[in-house]
Design a protein around this ligand. Structure first.
Ligand code: SF4
Length: 63
């Protein structure tokens, strides 16, 4: 499973980075989130799905 954050859509609510700090972090420059690793680590798929589902901007894209 791959994960990415659309930087144009992310509003930096930090929800994803708080709930799944292994998967998401926030850029110092603009406060927008990015995926720590484009490839979701084994066993973290549900966390990635939850993050995508709960992102208020639907900025998290799974593939
Ligand atoms: S929850 Fe969504 S909008 Fe908020 S920081 Fe994460 S990706 Fe960006």
């Amino acid at each position: 499973m791959k994960v990415r954050v659309d930087p144009e859509v992310c509003q930096g609510h930090t929800l994803c980075a708080m709930n799944a700090p292994d998967l998401f972090a926030l850029r110092d420059e603009d406060g927008h989130a990015y995926a720590v690793d484009e490839e979701v680590p084994a066993g973290k798929e549900d966390l990635a799905r939850d993050a995508a589902r709960t992102c208020p901007e639907q900025a998290i894209v799974l593939s």
